[in-house]
Ligand binder design. Structure first.
Ligand SMILES: NC(=O)c1ccc[n+]([C@@H]2O[C@H](COP(=O)([O-])OP(=O)(O)OC[C@H]3O[C@@H](n4cnc5c(N)ncnc54)[C@H](OP(=O)(O)O)[C@@H]3O)[C@@H](O)[C@H]2O)c1
Length: 310
């Protein structure tokens, strides 16, 4: 099969299109013909070698944790899936090697959700990792009816889904940080846009009124946004960070590290099919242009998601 792979860690150019053996199909796995692979910041962090202290890595390494495609074959222990089924998954495995930037990928069946026929493959591939992160971060904060929620990076891959999911969970107001060029986009998702930067604490306090505090904060950015969030959240146990685990733990804030979850993936994609969750895809690239896709995402200002088509 053809796949994007790397044998050394570094900048985007370490990746190239290669001919590699087809993946093995384990007893509890499905073999998926990849139609699209979502691109996430974790992919360029892995490519640069930043996760080597966290998980075992092996080369040649095929990046990619998001996938949509069609089941080609199933392992001998699989009963729920059959060839021809259209699926999507957040496909993070315990070892980093056989990712989704490829024509074929094998996945444990426990990660796989069914793609509704009305959701296209590109949208389906953009959703799992970012959608699960958005949902799981909101769940650890107990986001529910009546909450006022602050979402950082509300125009980004995780944030643009999170503002919509927060409303779906019953939040009464969602404020979303973004640069001014994204304010109309953030408003269209159901959030009140606020500009990030030094004036953020005052801007949020003024927008919410009263004691100037919010019930829930999701820090999708870190650094200054993390510090400002500590000043804006009413109770620290209702703040979570998806980017700075060590600082979260030091400050009594909950850390979120998204986990594969087929049931939640199904809930998310069914929301998309029902027209209740919009997945914004800024741009697609053919698989062979993964280098360009990484460079664009690493710029830090993509609106929504980037997806590779296979
Ligand atoms: N813990 C986990 O499980 C987990 C899961 C997913 C992602 N993450 C991490 O979470 C971070 C966000 O992921 P993502 O996929 O959403 O990234 P992304 O799509 O690349 O985020 C891009 C967005 O960030 C916004 N942005 C840039 N600087 C900002 C700032 N200072 N304040 C507010 N917004 C800012 C940009 O908006 P403007 O163009 O308007 O500036 C852009 O829309 C990444 O570091 C990623 O690795 C962690």
């Amino acid at each position: 099969m053809k796949a994007i792979a790397l044998t050394e860690f570094g900048d985007a150019e370490v990746m190239s299109l290669q001919e590699l053996p087809d993946p093995l199909l384990g007893p509890d796995q499905v073999l998926v013909e990849v139609r699209a692979a979502g691109v996430n910041p974790v992919d360029y962090k892995i490519r640069a070698g930043h996760l080597r202290g966290l998980m075992p890595h092996h080369t040649p390494l095929i990046p990619g944790w998001d996938v949509s495609g069609v089941v080609r074959a199933v392992g001998i222990g699989v009963v729920d899936w059959k060839p021809g089924d259209e699926v999507l998954a957040y496909a993070r495995k315990d070892h980093v090697q056989f990712g989704t930037y490829a024509e074929l990928v094998s996945l444990p069946d426990r990660m796989v959700a069914r793609k509704p026929s009305t959701v296209d493959f590109v949208t389906a591939a953009a959703l799992p990792l970012a959608g699960l992160t958005a949902l799981q971060a909101l769940k650890v904060t107990g986001t529910g009816p009546g909450d006022v929620v602050l979402v950082h990076a509300a125009a980004g891959g995780v944030g643009h889904l999170q503002v919509q999911i927060a409303r779906e969970l019953g939040a009464s107001r969602v404020l979303g940080t973004a640069s001014p060029r994204n304010h109309e986009f953030v408003r269209s998702l159901g959030a009140e846009p606020v500009a990030y930067g030094d004036a953020l604490v005052d801007a949020v306090a003024e927008a919410v009124g009263g004691d100037g505090l919010v019930d829930v904060v999701v820090d999708n950015v870190g650094g200054l946004a993390f510090d400002q969030s500590l000043r804006l959240v009413r109770e620290r146990q209702r703040m979570t960070s998806i980017v700075d685990g060590p600082r979260a733990l030091e400050n009594g804030v909950v850390n979120t590290w998204a986990r594969p979850n087929a049931e939640q993936t199904q809930w998310l994609v069914d929301l998309v099919a029902a027209g209740k969750l919009h997945v914004e895809v800024q741009q697609t690239f053919p698989l062979a242009e993964a280098v360009k896709a990484h460079k664009l995402l690493e710029g830090g200002h993509v609106r929504g998601k980037i997806v590779l088509t296979v």
